[in-house]
Ligand binder design. Structure first.
Ligand code: ADP
Ligand code: ASP
Ligand code: MG
Length: 599
């Protein structure tokens, strides 16, 4: 007999009929000899409706009152679901987050779970009752027992956290699509269902806009080794398994307060090639990386920064022993770029061999604004200059001078209290993964560029420090390659993306930093398209294929940032969906049938 946690999302319980259908499924699961804990979301679009109601009253509701309001949605569903179960003869009881002891931080609207006291649930399970729990909500541990919520989409996190603390056999996330697909089937109906995906890949996809799973739910599943399945509540099909490696045993106390950083990674055998002042029009990146892939050269980090005038800089790193090949390609292409009529300045190739890449990695950094800032500050305090920055949702990588490498490792390991991890590229952990597992689109971000930041240790630290102090979560950060000498001081541009709602706060915070840069430029007309796949490690040509798919549709790339298992491109917003479709098609990810999605 298995203990199963089943979570049903908003659409799955969107009407009385749906609740009755789901009650039948739960009842069947019990009759098959299982013990069942159910987690439910608010019905249909209830949470959105509640948000709109608040907005009719104030543009700026307090986070506490929003939690009080939004947590009511789930409470309606638990009562109705329990009634539906009782009506068909299934013993059941509804419980709120507080009643099942989901204790969280006192951080309204994005609380992390600290612990769950499973005793009460166990008592009811022992009486052969189904326990129906309100997802998305918890209670703070301070005397005042504040009602908190976990952030939008957080019921997934409630479910996996309950599964971890009850040591359930597995956790099933029931939703309105057949499982995890190669992309959002609402945008690309020919998206293909995956049988399985690794936790690392799903973490990236979820944080890059695939809302089918809350990234924190994936993080808990990975940390505690909870077997996780995403399935449709409309069918009996098996859905998608989210695979995690066997984790080290860990305490259930501080459940979501895991270390933000799991390890420091270091790669000293890198060389950096930069093409400066290449024309800013579609097809340039595709051509460059196409030629490089043709030579079977695998590129590691790729960064294309914000452009100035009508030219861009593209920088990338390769392992040192293929440098000469890569450099030859870049040199061969540069003259052709120079002859482009739109290119007023001359394209130039710059090579630097004495560089090392140092990264901090860990899923715990998602939604924690201070982690990247702490890395930059730690390097600054050791007087180490950062030449290039590229981030993913679960990793921050900096390129530094090679001679600073050992010191960088030492100070970072100490600051984050972790050890040097084996080089992920060398261990090639997931040899079985395809180069591209899925494609995601995020239309809810804006790009902020900071112009002419003084190129000296400490600048990135103070910029991202002040953002972190203001609780602003920064996403893809890139630091440009081009160095401009202004008043005798070398400067570089730094760009990053943030949630659209945080742009104003970010600009206010940055403008308070009086010294160190010239201006802050906001572009909220952007979409971020990303490909994710653990199998892209060590595979030449993946980036080239991505850029070619965009070039064929004449979509201009505004920014590129990569990590080992993902590549993100920022494109103009109105091209977002077109870009998603082109890339999905370019990697031949389409399935045979189109996916039907309930309205
Ligand atoms: P629930 O209410 O069940 O939690 P959500 O709306 O939060 O459902 O998440 C399911 C939705 O996620 C799907 O309807 C789909 O539009 C969207 N989605 C985005 N990317 C993907 C993907 N890669 N695979 C499946 N669904 C996706
Ligand atoms: N009802 C909440 C939301 O809409 C939580 C969830 O559905 O996961 O965000
Ligand atoms: Mg959801």
């Amino acid at each position: 007999m298995a203990l199963i946690v089943q979570k049903y999302g908003g659409t799955s319980v969107g009407s009385v009929e749906r609740i009755q259908t789901v009650a039948q499924r739960i009842h069947r699961t019990v009759q098959q000899g299982n013990t069942v804990v159910v987690v439910v979301s608010a019905m249909g679009k209830t949470t959105d409706t509640l948000v709109s109601l608040a907005q009719e009253i104030t543009a700026n509701p307090s986070r506490r009152e929003m939690d009080m309001l939004l947590s009511t949605g789930e409470q309606v569903t638990i009562a109705l679901m329990t009634m539906a179960l009782q009506e068909i003869g299934q013993a059941a009881i509804s419980l709120t987050g507080a009643q099942v002891g989901i204790v969280t931080e006192a951080e309204h609207s994005r609380a992390r779970i600290l612990s769950i006291k499973p005793d009460r649930i166990k008592r009811h399970l022992d009486k052969a009752e189904v326990v129906v729990v309100a997802g998305f909500q918890g209670i703070s541990s301070v005397e005042d027992l504040e009602i908190t919520t976990l952030g939008r989409g957080g019921s997934d996190t409630s479910a996996v956290a309950l599964a971890a603390s009850l040591k359930a056999s597995f956790c099933e996330i029931y939703t309105d699509v057949p499982g995890i697909l190669t992309t959002d089937p609402r945008l690309v109906p020919e998206a293909r269902l995956m049988e399985e995906i690794t936790c690392d890949e799903m973490l990236e996809l979820a944080s890059l806009g695939a809302k089918v799973l809350h990234p924190r739910a994936v993080e808990i599943a990975r940390n505690y080794g909870v077997p996780l399945v995403v399935r449709s509540s409309w069918s009996e099909a098996p859905g998608t398994r989210v695979i995690s490696p066997i984790p080290k045993p860990r305490s259930l106390e501080g459940l979501e307060l895991t270390k933000a950083v799991d390890g420091v990674e270091f790669d000293r055998d890198q060389a950096k090639i930069a093409l400066l002042r290449v024309p800013d029009h579609p097809g340039i990146a595709a051509r460059l990386f196409g030629e490089i892939a043709h030579q079977q050269v695998d590129v590691d980090l790729i960064i294309q920064s914000i452009h100035e005038g009508n030219s861009n800089d593209i920088a990338f790193t390769v392992i040192k022993n293929v440098l000469s090949k890569a450099e030859a390609v870049a040199e061969a292409i540069a003259p052709a770029l120079r002859s482009t009529p739109s290119n007023v300045t001359e394209a130039e190739v710059m090579v630097e061999t004495g560089v090392a890449k140092i990264s901090i990695a860990g899923a715990g950094m998602i939604g924690r604004p201070g982690i990247a800032a702490k890395m930059f500050k730690t390097l600054a305090q050791a007087n180490i200059n950062i030449e290039m920055i590229s981030t993913s949702e679960v990793k921050v990588s900096c390129v530094v001078a090679k001679e600073d490498g050992d010191r960088a490792i030492a100070v970072l390991c100490e600051a984050f209290n972790v050890q040097l991890s084996p080089n992920p590229v060398a261990t090639n952990a997931v040899a079985m993964s395809p180069p591209v597992r899925g494609v995601a689109l995020d239309m809810k971000q804006a790009q902020i560029a900071i112009r002419h930041v003084k190129d000296k240790p400490g600048m990135a630290a103070s910029i991202f420090g002040v953002l972190a102090d203001n609780n602003i979560s920064v996403d893809t950060i890139i630091q440009s390659q081009r160095c401009r000498i202004l008043a005798g001081m070398p400067t570089r541009d730094i760009a990053f993306t943030v949630a659209q709602g945080e742009v104003e706060a970010a600009c206010t915070a940055l403008n308070r930093l009086a010294d160190g840069f010239d201006e802050v430029i906001v572009d909220d007309d952007i979409a971020k398209v990303s490909i994710v796949g653990a199998g892209m490690v060590g595979q030449p040509g993946v980036a080239a294929k991505f850029f070619t798919a965009l070039a064929q549709e004449k979509i201009n790339i505004k920014m590129i940032a990569t990590s080992e298992i993902k590549i993100s491109c920022v494109v103009p917003k109105e091209e977002g969906v077109k870009a998603l479709k082109a890339v999905h098609h370019g990697f031949e990810l389409a399935g045979i049938e189109t996916v039907e999605v309930p309205a």
